[in-house]
Design a protein around this ligand. Structure first.
Ligand SMILES: Cc1cc2nc3c(=O)[nH]c(=O)nc-3n(C[C@H](O)[C@H](O)[C@H](O)COP(=O)(O)OP(=O)(O)OC[C@H]3O[C@@H](n4cnc5c(N)ncnc54)[C@H](O)[C@@H]3O)c2cc1C
Length: 403
């Protein structure tokens, strides 16, 4: 039995193989063109092919009309495979799941009956999970310090409707998504108990968008400001409701940081494949680069980093399936583990891309040689969702109380 068979069921491994082949056939040949694809023609075509492959239907559990996602392990490995192809495309798909999760976890039939058909059909639809605000990036995620008080987008109940006002920023798929899962505060005095996730369709009256951000990488993903000018949604279009949604935010942070670890591992795997080949072919000092012991040592550090980050990610995913031993999915222990997995994997992926570029000399810096796009795309995985610093604070919070 292979080691991964401990985690991945047979049918999931078929899916993983299919996705690996899909990435090689559909994404590898065009990934270098994505930066210049200002109208997202290539990206949209690939995402539509992912719809055709059933990857969006897989985001919806069978009880809501989808095929259901594989196990938590295969889910992470799917992200790894897609990030190996292109981080931005992986983001557009993975964030759609992230946005739907609060309603799925809350078993909210109204939201799912209304919106699940968008994602189980033949046409491409994206969703956006929007928690970041212009004045609260990491502070929104710093739940053990701010306890939800840093969320400024307001939601008030008016009869049978929520009324939303304020501004969100930077979320993946913003401006292009058809559905927005928006973190709002109903009453700052209630702290986390006042938080709610509300579902807002793109055509809601009072919803508007800023221009797309100009980023260093992940051009396959779109990000902009989102403005809520007394946007109204039905009362039932709240994930679980005040008191419960704060816990769901914590679960979402755990899921997002675990997914970030998977993204970083996939990116580093791709870089390693490229650099291994290149250093086996390019001759310096009379022999292939990788035959020099100084280069071999660098390649070893890359391989050690990738394998340990992947193994630790799977360990954390396993511990997440045993809450009775390792803590509830919304516990500080779960957030600590996921933060360690993210911090370790993202630092590792940056190290791998940097070393690969050094080993390839100036060619590593050229667009035609692939590495520089992985290098640019991968940095943001470290910066988002709490960054390297809050990630470390949350890591130690699993061991002692730290305000
Ligand atoms: C491509 C992309 C995709 C994104 N996707 C999403 C998405 O899908 N949904 C969404 O809601 N947002 C998304 N974001 C936003 C992202 O998660 C935030 O930008 C991120 O959390 C950091 O917030 P900030 O940029 O405001 O940094 P700040 O909060 O200003 O942090 C700045 C620095 O301070 C550090 N820091 C933070 N807190 C502390 C502390 N307590 N002590 C010490 N240091 C600290 C940070 O690590 C960082 O180094 C995305 C951003 C990008 C660029």
């Amino acid at each position: 039995m292979e080691y991964l068979d401990l985690f991945v069921k047979e049918e999931d491994s078929l899916l993983l193989n299919t996705v690996r082949k899909f990435v090689e056939k559909e994404i590898f040949p065009v990934r270098q063109l994505i930066d210049d694809d200002k109208d997202h023609v290539i990206v949209t075509e690939i995402l539509q092919k992912m719809v055709d492959l059933g990857l969006f239907r897989a985001l919806i559990p069978p009880e809501f009309g989808g095929d259901g996602m594989p196990s938590p392990f295969s889910r992470l490995l799917l992200r790894t495979e897609l990030a190996r192809g292109d981080m931005g495309i992986n983001l557009s798909w993975a964030v759609t799941e992230w946005a739907l999760r609060p309603a799925i976890m809350a078993n909210n039939k109204t939201v799912m009956d209304t919106y699940a058909p968008w994602f189980t059909g033949d046409k491409l639809h994206l969703a956006c999970f929007s928690i970041t605000e212009p004045h609260s990036g990491c502070d929104v995620e710093n739940v053990d310090h701010f306890h939800g008080r840093s969320v400024r987008v307001k939601a008030k109940l008016d009869g049978d409707e929520w009324v939303i006002s304020g501004q969100k920023s930077l979320a993946s798929n913003s401006g292009v998504a058809d559905l927005y899962c928006v973190l709002c505060q109903t009453d700052p005095e209630l702290e986390e108990e006042g938080l709610v996730f509300l579902y807002v369709p793109k055509d809601a009256r009072g919803l508007s968008f800023g221009k797309f951000e100009n980023k260093a990488g992940v051009q396959g993903d779109r990000n902009c400001d989102v403005y809520f000018d007394d946007v109204r949604v039905p009362k039932e279009h709240c994930a679980a409701g005040p008191g419960e949604d704060g816990k769901l935010l914590r679960v979402q942070l755990v899921a997002g940081r675990m997914a970030s670890a998977a993204n970083a591992v996939g990116n580093a795997m791709a870089v390693f494949e490229h650099v291994l080949k290149y250093t086996g072919e390019r001759i310096v000092g009379g022999k292939p680069i990788r035959e020099h012991s100084i280069a071999a040592g660098m390649l070893a550090d890359m391989a050690i980093g990738i394998e340990t980050a992947k193994a630790f990610m799977l360990q954390c995913a396993y511990m997440g399936t045993k809450p009775e031993i390792y803590g509830a999915p919304y516990s500080s222990q779960a957030l600590s583990r996921a933060s360690m997995a993210k911090v370790y994997a993202t630092d590792m992926a940056i190290m791998v891309a940097n070393k690969a570029m050094e080993l390839m000399g100036s060619y590593g810096y050229f667009r035609d040689y692939n590495i520089e796009k992985y290098w640019r795309d991968n940095k943001i995985v470290q910066l988002w969702l709490g960054g390297a610093q809050l990630g470390r604070l949350d890591a130690v919070r699993g061991y002692y109380k730290l305000d």
